[in-house]
Write a protein that binds this ligand. Structure first.
Ligand code: NDP
Ligand code: DXP
Ligand code: MN
Length: 383
C-alpha cells in the first residue's frame, strides 16, 4: 500500500488522481491533501477519502473546516506552512504535486529532503527552479516521476533504453483552442473561446497556456530538466489529434512513441504504480483503425511567440525561465479576469524578459526574489 499526499486535490489533476486512488484501494491510500478555496468540493473529498491531514489556502477556509469536522481525527492547517506539512506528512511514499503555479516549488523541495517520491504535474516548479529541484533530487536519490502527459510518454519510451543513445525528444502539441487562427485573427478572442480546448479538459490556467502555446514552452523546459536534454535535442511538433503523446528518436533513427486516448488518469496512474502498470478504470481503448490518419506539422515560431520566448529563456538559463513563468502566471490570471486581451499575454512576457538582468546561477532565495519582483513589475504593466 502506497501512502499518498495530494496537493491540489480539488483541481483537474487532483480529481483524476482521486479517481485513480479510489479505483485501486489495495494499492493506494490518500493520507494527506491540500486544496485552495473550493470548499464544497474539498469537504466532499475529505468525507469520502478520510485523510489524516488537510491543508487549505487561507485561515477562513481553515476555520470553516474546523467548524465542520471538529478537531478530532483530522489535522487541519493553512497557508504555505500547511502546504509544506501536507507534502511531507507522516512519511508519505509519494507526493502528487497538482497545484498550479510556482507555489508548488517549496513543498516539492521539502518532500525531496524527506526522501518522498515526487509525481510531478506542477510543471511551473521545474520551469522556475529546475536546476535546484534536480540537484536536490540527485542528492537525496529521489525519483521525479512525470505526470504531464508528454513527459510521461517520453519516460515510458525510455524504459530500458540508454539515454546516451537519444537523438532527440519529440514533444507533440495539440495547438490549443486557436490553432487554426492567424495571429491577426486572435485580436478579438474571448476568455470563453480560449478555454475551449479541442482535446483535453483541464484547469483554466493550463488551458490558456495551451492556447498561447506557452504550455508547450513550459514543457520544453520541463523536459530539459527531467531528461537532462540540451534544448537543441528537443523538438515540438504540431499534432492536432493528441493521440501520440510524445516520442523519442534514437541515434539509429528509430522512433518510439507512446499513444493513447486523451485521458490524464493514465500518466497519473503510471506515476503512482511505477515501475508496474495497473488496469485503468472505465478507460477508453485506443482503436487505431477508427482514428485513421495522424497528422504532424512543424511549429511556426512567429505565430506561437510564447513558444519562441520559452525556448530562448530556457537556453539563456539562470533566472530567465523564472521571469518567463512568473510573468506568464500574472498575465494569464489578468486575461482570465478580463483585464487584458489575449495577445497582450505574449507581449507582457516579452517585456518582462527584456527588462530582466539575468542571474546565471541563482540560489533559491534569488529565484524567489526574482519571482516576486517580476509579479510586481507585470502587475504595474497591467494596471
Ligand atoms: N489539467 C491537466 O490535464 C494537466 C495539468 N498539468 C499541470 O498540473 C498542475 C495543475 O493543473 P490543473 O489540475 O489543471 O489546475 P486546476 O486549476 O484545475 O487545479 C489547481 C489546484 O491547485 C489548488 N490551488 C491553486 N492555487 C493554490 C494555492 N495558492 N495554494 C494551494 N492550492 C492552490 C486549487 O484549489 P481550489 O480549486 O480549491 O482553489 C486546485 O486544487 C498545473 O501545473 C498544470 O500545468 C499538467 C498536465 C495536464
Ligand atoms: C494533458 C497535458 O499534458 C496537457 O499539457 C496537454 O498536453 C495540453 O495540450 P497542448 O498544450 O498540446 O494543447
Ligand atoms: Mn502536457
Amino acid at each position: 500500500m502506497k501512502k499518498i499526499s495530494l496537493l491540489g486535490a480539488t483541481g483537474s489533476i487532483g480529481i483524476q488522481t482521486l479517481d485513480v486512488i479510489a479505483s485501486h484501494p489495495n494499492e493506494f491510500n490518500l493520507v494527506s491533501m491540500s486544496f485552495g478555496s473550493n470548499v464544497k468540493s474539498g469537504i466532499d473529498i475529505i468525507k469520502k477519502f478520510k485523510p489524516k491531514f488537510v491543508a487549505v489556502k487561507d485561515k477562513d477556509t481553515y476555520s470553516l473546516l474546523i467548524d465542520t469536522f471538529g478537531s478530532g481525527d483530522i489535522t487541519f492547517h493553512y497557508g504555505q506552512d500547511g502546504l509544506i506539512e501536507a507534502a511531507v506528512f507522516d512519511d508519505v511514499d509519494i507526493l502528487v504535486n497538482a497545484v498550479v503555479g510556482s507555489v508548488g516549488l517549496v513543498p516539492t523541495l521539502k518532500a525531496i529532503e524527506h526522501g518522498i517520491t515526487i509525481a510531478l504535474a506542477n510543471k511551473e516548479t521545474l520551469v522556475t527552479a529546475g536546476h535546484i529541484v534536480m540537484e536536490l533530487a540527485n542528492q537525496y536519490n529521489v525519483p521525479i516521476l512525470p505526470v504531464d502527459s508528454e513527459h510521461s510518454a517520453i519516460y515510458q519510451c525510455l524504459q530500458g533504453e540508454d539515454t546516451k543513445a537519444i537523438d532527440k525528444l519529440i514533444i507533440t502539441a495539440s495547438g490549443g483552442s486557436f490553432r487554426d487562427k492567424t495571429r491577426d485573427e486572435l485580436k478579438g478572442v474571448t476568455v470563453e473561446q480560449a478555454l475551449n480546448h479541442p482535446n483535453w479538459s483541464m484547469g483554466a490556467k493550463i488551458t490558456i497556456d495551451s492556447a498561447t502555446m506557452m504550455n508547450k514552452g513550459l514543457e520544453v523546459i520541463e523536459a530539459h530538466w527531467l531528461f537532462q536534454m540540451p534544448y537543441e535535442k528537443i523538438e515540438v511538433l504540431l499534432h492536432k489529434e493528441s493521440i501520440i503523446h510524445s516520442m523519442v528518436q534514437f541515434e539509429d533513427y528509430s522512433v518510439i512513441a507512446q499513444l493513447g486516448t486523451p485521458d490524464m488518469r493514465v500518466p497519473i496512474q503510471y506515476a503512482l504504480s511505477y515501475p508496474n502498470r495497473l488496469p485503468i478504470h472505465n478507460g477508453n481503448r485506443l482503436n487505431l483503425s477508427e482514428i485513421g490518419l495522424l497528422h504532424f506539422e512543424q511549429m511556426d515560431f512567429d505565430r506561437f511567440r510564447s513558444l519562441y520566448l520559452a525556448f530562448e529563456s530556457g537556453k539563456s538559463g539562470g533566472t530567465m525561465p523564472t521571469v518567463l513563468n512568473a510573468s506568464n502566471e500574472v498575465a494569464v490570471a489578468a486575461f482570465l479576469k478580463g483585464q487584458i486581451s489575449f495577445l497582450k499575454i505574449d507581449e507582457i512576457i516579452e517585456k518582462a524578459l527584456d527588462s530582466h538582468a539575468n542571474i546565471t546561477h541563482p540560489t533559491l532565495e534569488q529565484i524567489q526574489e526574482v519571482d516576486k519582483l517580476t509579479r510586481t513589475y507585470v502587475q504595474s504593466l497591467i494596471s
